[in-house]
Design a protein around this ligand. Structure first.
Ligand SMILES: [Ca+2]
Length: 533
């Protein structure tokens, strides 16, 4: 007894000493504080082990709702790997990109905030364009996950703006082709993924094979600078080769196999991490070139689809989706990986018009409009989420969601509070994923078309109000889309109102016959826009 009592007193002293030491360390070590908080959360059951999944987010480019056969049974290019995600996970039928073009959608996806809220929030960067739309220290999917112990990587197209400098150290921020030749490639590239929560980055500044800076960025450096003009003589010439513009190219830049290089880099990151840090969760953001024009599929896929070069490119996208999934399966981590496949906006004009004519394939089906437009074809995108053990397999949901909702969803998964400026545009999909949602997870949804804040639309229930005339993007008065123009039922209308329940094709503008509803949605949109919602 004595010995026990003496030991108890001594133990109490040691215990008190350790508490003081721990307190001291907590004050001086934020990392230790984070670990202690994490352990407490785990112990309290707020976070249960196994609920912090790995996250793989594949963002396809210009991949339409009708491009996946699990969304469009009449699609002419089979997409078995994408369809498998639908079989194993949840398929969203009413998911939307926040914008109808590349750059602003990526801002919305990574920050959970609508891009029209920031200056230049409708911009699409080219070449050395910048600076980044992201503010320094702005919360991103990557920084949030890094704070919660994740390894974070971005591979592929960045397109959120960067800062290159000239030989005198002056920032360039010029999206014109001639600016490329002013870049001092011995200097780091600033404002990129490494400054916004990603620990590793390999990819390109803008669309990899589209506009004038044809070189890979590794971390914050361009190891092989673009030093010679792009020679297009050896590249395919076909109706889907548009958008491959004159520019400067690096010696190692493969115009016809960029997605294979990205795939290989993601494969390396996954394999190395699973070998060296099997217990640490990871976040892989893989943003493809496919299927943004030019449709330069790599050699293995050329001529394989029976639906031309763009069909081959669709095949390649499907295949790389399957290959990333296969690595997880082979390594035995598929069951603890939240796997998201989606697209940044609707399909491109040339791809849709030409694929309809040549192959009877409609990547915009069944919607009106294409990329840039604020009709559904511009922003209703495929969204497939697989998370074995949490998301029931083979489900289909008509929940109205935006890609801005990924951030709130991930925040809820890791138990992080959502800042007010994010929560106004980002709503957690977790109840939907768990099959527990009994009501709509978001009260309304805003989308922005090609001219950003000047072309906004709002959706509430079946009603969709567009605060502008026409598509908000492409011209249907001339050019290739003229043949696909629909007659305007309300001549000269500056606004549009559609009932998607009875008129999913947005053919009948009800802005005059349903004036009260139009006014209500217009006021709500103004409120969201001006006050932050
Ligand atoms: Ca795009």
């Amino acid at each position: 007894m004595m010995r026990v009592r003496a030991g108890g007193a001594e133990g109490e002293t040691i215990f008190r000493g350790r508490i003081e030491l721990l307190f001291h360390r907590l004050v001086v070590s934020p990392m230790l504080l984070f670990r202690v908080v994490l352990i407490c959360l785990l112990a309290s059951g707020v976070l249960r082990a196994g609920e912090r999944p790995n996250i793989v987010l594949i963002l396809a480019d210009d991949f339409g709702y009708g491009d996946a056969t699990c969304y469009n049974s009449r699609g002419k290019v089979p997409t078995p790997q994408i369809d498998r995600l639908a079989q194993q996970g949840l398929r969203f039928t009413d998911a939307h990109s926040p914008a109808t073009v590349c750059t602003p959608t990526r801002y919305g996806l990574l920050t959970g905030q609508m891009p029209f809220r920031v200056p230049r929030g409708g911009t699409v960067f080219t070449g050395a364009g910048g600076p980044s739309l992201l503010a320094s220290n702005q919360l991103t999917l990557a920084s949030l996950l890094q704070q919660h112990g994740y390894a974070t990587w971005a591979v592929g197209k960045w397109h959120l703006g960067l800062t290159f400098r000239d030989a005198a150290g002056e920032p360039i921020h010029d999206g014109r082709p001639e600016a490329i030749q002013r870049i001092d490639f011995s200097r780091p590239v600033e404002g990129g993924p490494l400054e916004h929560g990603f620990q590793r980055f390999f990819g390109t500044a803008c669309c990899p094979t589209t506009d004038w800076l044809y070189a890979f960025i590794d971390g914050d450096r361009i190891p092989v600078p673009p030093t010679r003009p792009l020679d297009k003589s050896g590249l395919p010439r076909h109706p889907y080769a548009n958008d491959c513009r004159a520019g400067m190219i690096a010696a190692d830049f493969p115009m016809q196999s960029v997605d294979q290089v990205f795939l290989e880099r993601s494969r390396q990151l996954l394999e190395q991490h699973l070998e060296q840090h099997p217990e640490q969760p990871f976040f892989l953001y893989h943003a493809t070139q496919a299927v943004h024009l030019p449709s330069f599929a790599s050699s293995h896929f050329q001529g394989q689809s029976g639906a031309g070069p763009h069909g081959d490119f669709l095949l390649e996208l499907d295949d790389l989706t399957g290959q990333l999934s296969e690595i997880l399966e082979r390594r035995g981590v598929l069951d603890r990986t939240l796997f998201i496949f989606t697209s940044d906006n609707g399909p491109e004009v040339d791809a849709v018009v030409q694929m309809r004519a040549d192959h009877g394939h409609d990547g915009a089906a069944p919607w009106r409009g294409v990329k840039r437009d604020n009709w559904e074809g511009g922003h209703r995108v495929p969204l497939l989420i697989r998370w074995p053990g949490v998301v029931p397999a083979g489900g289909v949901t008509d929940q109205l969601v935006s890609l801005t909702d990924v951030l709130a969803t991930v925040a809820e998964i890791v138990g992080a509070p959502l800042p007010a400026e994010v929560s106004r545009d980002s709503f957690s999909m977790l109840p939907v994923l768990r099959g527990e949602a009994r009501a709509a997870v978001r009260p309304y949804l805003v989308t922005q078309a090609f001219r950003g804040a000047q072309t906004l639309a709002i959706r509430r229930g079946p009603w969709k109000y567009l605060a502008h005339a026409g598509s908000g993007g492409n011209s249907y008065q001339q050019g290739r889309l003229q043949q696909h123009a629909l007659p305007e039922r309300v001549a000269g209308a500056a606004e549009q109102l559609y009932d998607l329940a009875s008129d999913p094709g947005e053919t009948s503008n009800l802005v005059e016959s349903q004036r009260a509803i139009a006014n209500e949605l217009r006021d709500l949109l103004l409120q969201v826009r001006e006050s932050g919602g």
